[in-house]
Write a protein that binds this ligand. Sequence first.
Ligand code: B12
Ligand code: SF4
Ligand code: SF4
Length: 297
Amino acid sequence: MLLQQISGRSESERARFIVGRIKDFISTSPANRLPLTKDDSIFNEPLVQFADGDDPIFIDYKTIIDPNHLTPRQALARAYSKTPDDIPARLSVISWILPITDKTRHSNRKETVIPTRLWSYTRWYGEELNNALRRHMVETLTSIGYLTTAPVLQPYFSIDNNMRGSYSNWSERHIAYVAGLGTFSLSGSLITECGIAHRCGSVVTDLVLPPSPRMTNPHSNCLFYHDDSCRACMARCPAKAITEKGHDKVKCETYMRNNIVYLSREYGVDMTSCGLCQTKVPCESCNPVRKLQSRIK
Ligand code: B12
Ligand code: SF4
Ligand code: SF4
């Protein structure tokens, strides 16, 4: 049944199938519920797009991020203990954005020091759901014969440090940028068409899907880079980690680490979170440059 929906179909029909599969999972999963009330979702409907697994920017990431940042071909090969040359000629990356709900975003707007319980739950339970979606997509595609992996769930996934702070060998936001889902901001996050308050994920597969067009300017959705305005995230950051030079990851991480005792004691969440720079800002839940341009027209 699943195979019929994919095999022999055009790339755009396959793309529709994948997008539908991801949206259905998020809308029907019992795990998409905040534990507080069980009535509230953690995420709104996802955005889903695709990248060409051999897009040359993945090689550029070895300079922009780190030489150890994996290309999709390396990520898939390592998951199957093969060499990159043994992997089929065409690969795709399926990338998704899970937008954080109004209720959670609005709760965090009121805060100036510590994130709310809802925001911290989104960090914790939302990432569990994100992992469940990664596993669901791997199971769906491997069950019908496609090589597929979720790099962040692989034993080879790692987070390291350099002079600029932490980075991983599979940066979900950089993947989403290649899939045309958004651009980087002054605050260091990814501004999508549904804003900056989201979590994101991806899988690599040899199912051939149509690559989505991406923005050529990696900062074009941020008002600061667009017309030298805004800077609202700078004022929102209690750690003074955002300046006109960008996001200081070391200051950000140190601030978040210092709050973990509170988050653990008050919310029972043993995980750092903050995200004040992602709420009560013009990019919270939309692309502010597109909004500005549509007002000018
Ligand atoms: C390590 C890490 C952190 C570190 C470092 C963050 C960072 N900026 O990398 C710390 C602890 C500080 C952190 C904090 C937070 N994190 Co965090 N974190 C990660 C993790 C595990 C890896 C990130 C990574 O690999 N970064 C790589 C480095 C190189 O990225 P970078 O330095 O920001 O990249 C810059 C350059 O590449 C630059 N650039 C320069 N030239 C060019 C050229 C081109 C062409 C391009 C494309 C880019 C580019 O642009 C970037 C932005 O300035 C990811 C999960 C994952 N596997 O991706 C989550 C992740 C990035 N975190 C996330 C979140 C939500 C948060 C927090 C809000 C905490 C919370 N949940 O409450 C804060 C937000 C801080 C902020 N303002 O960005 C989300 C981000 C979603 C989003 N909305 O963008 C992720 C993707 C988790 C997820 N699965 O959704 N995090
Ligand atoms: S608050 Fe303004 S300056 Fe900061 S990331 Fe959003 S759009 Fe850019
Ligand atoms: S996550 Fe918090 S500490 Fe880090 S940059 Fe945003 S507001 Fe500042």
